[in-house]
Design a protein around this ligand. Structure first.
Ligand SMILES: C[S@@+](CC[C@H](N)C(=O)[O-])C[C@H]1O[C@@H](n2cnc3c(N)ncnc32)[C@H](O)[C@@H]1O
Length: 437
């Protein structure tokens, strides 16, 4: 049997079966591990140490199946009432840990990071997950909602293409909820929404393949949908096309629903962590890879001073345009549009020489072994790796370890409360002298 995820249900499938299990440790992906009749059962809606009845939801692999805890026979002391009425077995798939106390959520995330670094990089690391201000609800300032065939917005149940129609999403900030939920998005497949630091709301309609159709912006306090948009002057419309953000002591502009940290306090926390780990000195050369609107490059450029150089690399044209504007006052900072891949990086390094510090903040899949190997061979004294997936991070850390680096620091932030996601910042320091040339 192949290991593809789109396998059909197995012959003799357990799907729909119910049985009792003792819930074991948490695993990457928002579930815990249990065993039944010699097979692994990945259980959602449970906590380590609990005794539960599970119902199997998916059985496509020989060695494991997936299940929801549908009855709790012996609860963990860390179990709490879910604050969201839409979460629970078979319901909204957006959150993983609504049923866990906040300290337990942090312990679960820390355990996952520790386990991934141990399994994939052979490291033993004690991890503490740091809390961001604001509590576990109403933090999501950017979200994508699915839209059903009738034009009604909602979220998808776990591993499902269905749409659960919602009136509210308690982890999403209220202006975003008000702009999207309970409205008709007829003809769209999904809608992206972002609320910036001024309270302005941007919505982008997407087609059923996820391609953007149109964006609308409304200033804080404007009625939504922005009926007044047609009356705006061209310069007002252009100004509204960008969302304003503040982080690291600077003001930023990004495309309306373009990439920015989802939690309103995450960008600040990450800048502080990256700055601390990078320890940039005047005159140094810094590479900011997967730079988005230039957040880390812009935060580090004042530290290199005009005698140094900061090169931001980003593939998205809109993000590059925003980064060029954001870094316009920093003459020693440049924005290069292009894909970060092994070939492109080798070309960039040939032109740039040895960077002193590399910051990279790739999407969930991580930089990958090829890009990591090029960076490990770059001679940089420090690599600061910002990662939203601990498995991708751990896989790439292993490449840096093999290339003469050591993991000199790791911070983890609860930038996605109620979900299994965690944001890490890792410091990799060179232990062997850089090769000449
Ligand atoms: C996690 S975001 C980080 C953005 C920025 N560092 C920040 O914190 O705001 C990842 C960024 O990488 C960009 N990206 C994705 N794949 C890329 C690639 N192969 N090469 C360059 N940029 C890429 C995306 O467009 C996105 O802006």
């Amino acid at each position: 049997m192949s290991r593809r995820d789109d396998l059909a249900e197995r012959e003799g499938s357990w799907t729909g079966r119910e049985f009792e299990v003792a819930v074991g440790p948490v695993a990457h992906g928002g579930h815990c591990v249990a065993r039944h009749e010699g097979r692994v059962v990945f259980v959602r809606h449970a906590l380590p140490g609990e005794q539960v009845v599970v119902r199997v939801t998916e059985d496509r692999h020989e060695r494991f199946c997936r299940a929801d805890a549908v009855e709790v026979l012996a609860a963990s002391p860390e179990r709490v009432d879910r604050p969201c009425p839409y979460s629970g077995p078979g319901r909204c798939g957006g959150c993983d840990w609504q049923h866990a106390s906040v300290p337990e959520q942090h312990r679960l995330k820390a355990a996952v990071v520790t386990e991934q670094l141990s399994r994939l990089a052979g490291l033993q690391v004690d991890v503490v997950v740091e809390e961001l201000p604001g509590g576990p609800l109403r933090w999501r300032s950017r979200a994508r909602f699915a839209v059903d065939r009738a034009g009604r917005p909602g979220l998808r149940p776990h591993r499902s293409r269905d749409v659960l129609v919602l009136d509210d999403c308690p982890i999403t900030v209220e202006p975003a909820v008000a702009a999207v939920l309970g409205r008709s998005w007829s003809g769209a497949g999904a809608v992206d929404v972002a609320v910036d630091s001024t309270g302005a709301v941007a919505t982008t309609r997407l087609d059923r393949r996820g391609r953007p159709l149109s964006t609308r912006m409304a200033r804080a306090g404007d009625a939504y949908p922005p009926a007044a948009a047609a009356a705006l002057s061209p310069s007002e419309t252009q100004a509204l096309g960008r969302a304003r953000r503040q982080a690291g002591g600077r003001d930023w502009e990004v495309q309306g629903t373009g990439f920015w940290q989802v939690h309103p306090d995450a960008a600040d926390a990450l800048v502080e962590a990256v700055r601390g780990y990078a320890g940039v000195r005047p005159g140094e050369v810094v590479l900011d890879l997967y730079a988005g609107a230039g957040l880390f490059g812009g935060a580090l450029a004042p530290e290199t001073g005009p005698g140094g150089r900061v090169v931001c690399v980003e593939s998205d044209a809109g993000a590059c345009a925003a980064a060029s504007d954001n870094l316009g006052d920093l003459r020693h900072a440049e924005v290069w549009q292009g894909d970060v891949d092994a070939e492109g990086l080798n070309g960039l390094l040939a032109e740039l020489g040895t960077p002193d510090v590399v910051v990279l903040d790739p999407p969930r899949a991580g930089a990958g072994p090829d890009v990591s190997a090029v960076l490990a061979g770059s001679g940089a004294r420090a690599v600061v790796y910002v990662a939203c997936d601990p498995a991708s991070l751990a896989r790439d850390v292993a490449v840096f370890l093999a290339g003469g680096y050591r993991l000199a620091g790791l911070r983890a932030f609860d930038a996605f409360p109620m979900t299994a996601h965690v944001e890490c910042v890792a410091l990799l320091e060179r232990t062997t002298p850089a090769l000449p040339g």
